[in-house]
Design a protein around this ligand. Structure first.
Ligand code: NAP
Length: 372
């Protein structure tokens, strides 16, 4: 039975390879963009011979990736950010990675199709259309094309892969920051006032749609060119941070119940004063010193906190969170915001785009362009 499943898998992979212009006489390897050392964009290398991920545990699946999404953390990881922490996590997860962790394959979002399931996987079957956000601690086994993960979710039926792949990582991050850390959810957000600093990027555009769908009033800071986009997505007030000191403009508005900070910088010095006092209001920042400090100092110093209303928000990956977001997408409450789509051959250009900043939504890579 195992041989039969393996043969079917190889047939499926070969069929997939036919869409590329190189030889398909491969059995245990796949094309991928990898890095073999940390650095700038020049370290990205295309290889036809990346190791094909195989199922190690009975609760794993293999996913043929049709589209992948990039995030600022991929740029940071290309340059070594978080390397010590991630290595530590991989050890803790017993991922049996030896040596330097290279070659490393970057990319945090995938949308694709289940190819093979471990023996204990009941909820998914080969052919299921899925999406997933890949935690930064999982680097080596998967790629922009194939991966093995346990925490995938069925993708929204209403979206094709290129659009779907723009959502998982930023949505899981926004959910973790707003719901788990910020304490808002669909049942308690009505009439709450939410401020999103840095609202026009990947996390901001998702976060604002979520809280808006739950009945909150949303204020967003962004540059003027993004105003139309964030208004379309549901922002009630929009503050242009390029038109003078942003805190002065925000001080003229009613106080907030939750601030989600996607930008950091000087904002934490004045943002706490914008919160409604004595009401459990929270400032949650995604721009945390955690990984930098942990790389430099070790784990404990990276986790220091200050003040009850000040929280660090982190990406947290759970299949059920993506299930809820999938429902929000299919019911029209959340829509993908894709700024630019690159082909698989253009992966370095996609990295460049994300590195340049000024995002208006997400940058994605289409692996099978002809299907979209
Ligand atoms: N802690 C975690 O686990 C975690 C997880 C995900 C993301 N993050 C971090 O969260 C941040 C946001 O992520 P993202 O994916 O949304 O990034 P992104 O897509 O690059 O978006 C950042 C947005 O901020 C805007 N911006 C820049 N300066 C601004 C300012 N002074 N005021 C208001 N807006 C400003 C940018 O547009 P303009 O420059 O055109 O204004 C851009 O739209 C990043 O720093 C990322 O590393 C952390």
């Amino acid at each position: 039975e195992h041989r039969c499943r393996r043969t079917k898998l190889m047939c499926s992979l070969r069929a997939h390879y036919r869409s590329f212009s190189f030889s398909a006489s491969l059995t245990n390897v796949m094309p991928a963009w990898v890095i073999n050392k940390y650095g700038k964009n020049e370290v990205l290398r295309f290889t036809k011979n990346a190791a094909l991920p195989i199922i190690h545990y009975s609760n794993e699946v293999t996913v043929k990736v049709h589209a992948a999404g990039l995030n600022p953390i991929d740029i940071s990881m290309r340059g070594c950010y978080g390397a010590a922490t991630m290595a530590m996590k991989r050890d803790a997860l017993n991922m049996k990675q030896s040596g330097s962790g290279f070659p490393l394959i970057l990319g945090r979002d995938v949308s694709g199709e289940i190819v093979e399931c471990g023996l204990d996987v009941k909820y998914f079957k080969p052919g299921d259309q899925v999406w997933a956000a890949i935690p930064p601690s999982v680097c080596s086994p998967q790629s922009l094309m194939f991966m093995s993960v346990t925490q995938v979710s069925h993708k929204p039926k209403s979206l094709r892969h290129v659009k779907a792949t723009s959502i998982p990582y930023v949505a899981a991050t926004a959910w973790s920051a707003i719901v788990n850390t910020g304490g808002l959810n669909k049942d308690n957000s009505s009439k709450k006032r939410v401020l999103i600093l840095g609202g026009s990027g990947g996390v901001g555009t998702l976060a604002m749609q979520m809280v808006k769908a739950w009945g909150a009033h949303v204020t967003v800071t962004c540059s003027q060119n993004a105003e139309r986009l964030v208004r379309e997505l549901g922002a009630g007030d929009v503050v242009d941070y390029t038109a003078g000191p942003v805190e002065k403009q925000l001080q003229t508005l009613q106080k907030f119940d939750l601030i989600l900070d996607n930008f950091g910088g000087e904002s934490e010095k004045w943002a706490l004063d914008l919160l409604r006092p004595w009401n459990g209001a929270k400032y949650v920042t995604l721009v945390t010193p955690f990984l930098h400090n942990t790389d430099r100092l070790g784990l404990a110093d990276g986790m220091m906190q200050k003040g009850v209303h000040y929280r660090w928000g982190f990406f947290a990956q759970r299949g059920p969170t993506l299930d809820e977001i999938s429902e929000m997408v299919d019911s029209g409450k959340v829509r993908p915001v894709v700024e630019e789509v690159f082909s698989f051959a253009q992966v370095p250009r996609a990295f460049q785009k994300v590195e340049q900043g000024h995002a208006c939504g997400k940058t994605v890579v289409s692996i099978e362009a002809q299907k979209e």
